[in-house]
Design a protein. Structure first.
Length: 357
């Protein structure tokens, strides 16, 4: 019924906990498709061989990660190990999707842990809600809040997005879902496509694409996942997860959304007139959006022209219905301040404004 997609690269130390958490699921009709993405870590008990003893000198070298996977596959036939040449996360994910035989696809990372009831609750939700294509769950942060405050704040924010509406509108602020917490209908892959490889976060692009094509998404209010934060996490180390890459892929889909929902299209006003804000907002220009003015509170900018556009105090913004506002104000608490201000003025999210940072 469920194929759990588990891409793995050099994760021998954390794999046992991840696999154990899947094999202890109360929902047992599942297969774990572990795609070994060219792991080359070495076993701890010697330069060659699997745990338990060295291999003969002429035997091919087995990575520590592959050894763990093979041991689990021997003990439980639900574990399927697929080995590929190292090519990155997108190749591994799509290779696993091709091999998946389940009606539903669940994601899991090799350094995280799933609650025993996770898959049962998620599949029950999709069965009871045939109009929903994907369901995630809340996650607990398994890292250090002191050293990874940004990740912790992001996770806390995603945990507030439980409904289709909040996920849909929140997508233009940040990625609204923690990738390994999701379970979706496999038919979505056939209808709307697989993960795309490019200079952007593969999961964020997938959510943006599927949402733009009408896929409804939800999130369970229970915490059924522990999202750990090791220093080697791809989102920390790979350039595809850089800030600029997030804003670039977001701009393309945001422009499409604005063309469909903004009654004043292609004209918008942008909240924020700082240099970084302008640079991010101006990515929309390549997609046919026109920025008519900046809205700000900095007295040094008010009543000036910046980047060829007037800067207006946000208190002087047009009344609801007379313009569409997109906020690119970043920083801790910035979006919340903007939303409080706009709602106090009678603006409604999705109708009169969007948060894009």
């Amino acid at each position: 019924m469920i194929s759990v997609l588990l891409p793995v690269h050099n994760a021998a130390a954390t794999l046992p906990d991840a696999l154990d958490s899947l094999l202890r699921q109360s929902f047992t009709d599942l297969e774990i498709i572990a795609v070994d993405d060219g792991s080359d870590d070495r076993p701890e008990d010697g330069p060659r061989g699997t745990p338990g003893g060295p291999e003969p000198p002429d035997a091919p070298e087995t990575s520590a990660t592959r050894a763990v996977l093979q041991e689990y596959a021997r003990n439980d036939r639900r574990v399927r190990v697929l080995g590929i040449k190292h090519g990155g996360i997108v190749q591994a994910l799509n290779h696993g999707l091709t091999a998946a035989g389940g009606e539903y696809i669940a994601r899991m990372d090799a350094d995280d842990v799933s609650h025993p009831e996770r898959l049962q609750k998620q599949v029950d939700f999709l069965r009871q809600n045939p109009d929903v294509g994907l369901v995630a769950c809340r996650a607990a942060f398994g890292g250090s809040a002191e050293h990874a405050g940004g990740y912790k704040r992001h996770l806390d924010w995603t945990n507030t997005l439980l409904t289709q509406e909040r996920i849909s509108l929140g997508r233009f602020r940040e990625s609204p879902l923690v990738h390994p917490t999701v379970l979706f209908r496999k038919e979505l892959v056939h209808r709307f496509g697989v993960y795309r490889d490019g200079p952007f976060p593969e999961d964020y692009e997938l959510w943006l694409r599927w949402l733009s094509l009408g896929v409804r998404m939800a999130k369970l209010p229970e915490t059924f996942y522990v999202w750990n934060d090791p220093p080697h996490r791809l989102s920390r180390t790979h350039p595809r997860y850089g800030v600029r890459e997030f804003y670039a892929v977001k701009a393309a889909y945001l422009a499409k959304w604005l063309a469909k929902h903004n009654p004043h299209h292609p004209r918008i006003m942008v909240m924020g007139a700082g240099r970084i804000t302008r640079r991010r907002a101006e990515m929309l220009l390549d997609h046919g959006v026109e920025i008519t003015a900046w809205l700000d509170i900095d007295p040094c900018k008010i009543n000036r022209r910046v980047a060829g556009r007037p800067v207006i105090h946000r208190d002087e913004a047009p009344s609801p219905g007379r313009a569409f506002l997109v906020s690119y104000v970043a920083g801790h608490g910035g979006a919340e301040d903007i939303e409080h201000f706009l709602r106090g003025r009678g603006y409604l999210p999705g109708r009169d404004y969007l948060l894009a940072a």
